[in-house]
Ligand binder design. Structure first.
Ligand SMILES: CC(C)(COP(=O)(O)OP(=O)(O)OC[C@H]1O[C@@H](n2cnc3c(N)ncnc32)[C@H](O)[C@@H]1OP(=O)(O)O)[C@@H](O)C(=O)NCCC(=O)NCCS
Length: 196
């Protein structure tokens, strides 16, 4: 269980210190707006997820991480970034595949923090956990999250309907594309437009 660091961020593995952060972030309507049914989580739901996150780490050796500023200027948790074993059926996506996701406290939106954290977890998935494919899903109105996917090199795979009847756009990144992009220094940031 290693802590990831980026230029500005520290991304420790999940532990009990993040329990209250999860309750605070998931109760914020701006965070919950494009998650599932769009309703903020109550405390019981957040606490249940906290326990699931710890269990996922125990079972798989990867999972959710807190997002903290590296210079310690603000000790509050700025958000969460997550790798999960995919828990739903997505047409054309076969196991084993790792799902990636992110939430950032609205006070820090637009600073590139989600993209910076996501790139670190993307590399972790391929480097440490042998992923062959990374997948991410977002509701089409959630433009910021779609932008993060494209900025870390993910490509549009298709659309599905989620468990609440919501439209969801599916993005993927295959190991071969990730490795090819890393091999070319000029393409280190990956493609940023792929709309087809
Ligand atoms: C999605 C989310 C994590 C993005 O966090 P962030 O730290 O602001 O993202 P970044 O600063 O890395 O921005 C990524 C890109 O999206 C763009 N962007 C940010 N907010 C945007 C918005 N409301 N509409 C359109 N684009 C937006 C940024 O400009 C950036 O693109 P650019 O570099 O080309 O300008 C944040 O909006 C969030 O926490 N949302 C609620 C939780 C959520 O929906 N998570 C994703 C579920 S799929």
């Amino acid at each position: 269980m290693r802590t990831l660091t980026t230029e500005r961020l520290v991304l420790p593995p999940w532990d009990d210190r993040f329990e209250e952060d999860l309750c605070r972030l998931s109760a914020d309507p701006r965070i919950a707006r494009y998650l599932g049914d769009g309703r903020p989580w109550d405390r019981a739901r957040a606490l249940a997820r906290h326990r699931e996150i710890l269990a996922h780490w125990g079972e798989h050796g990867f999972g959710w991480r807190g997002i903290l500023l590296r210079d310690g200027g603000d000790e509050r948790t700025l958000g969460v970034a997550a790798l999960n074993r995919l828990r739903r059926d997505v047409p054309g996506i076969e196991e084993p595949v790792i799902e990636i996701g992110w939430w950032v406290d609205p006070r820090y939106w637009g600073m590139g923090l989600a993209t910076e954290a996501a790139a670190a977890l993307r590399d972790e998935a391929f480097t440490d956990h042998g992923a062959e494919r990374l997948v991410a899903l977002y509701q089409p109105a959630n433009h910021a999250s779609g932008n993060v996917m494209r900025k870390i090199g993910m490509l549009r795979h298709g659309d599905i309907t989620g468990p609440y009847g919501e439209a969801m756009r599916v993005y993927v990144l295959d190991r071969s594309d990730w490795a090819a992009a890393r091999a070319v220094p000029d393409r280190a940031a990956y493609r940023t437009t792929d709309e087809v």
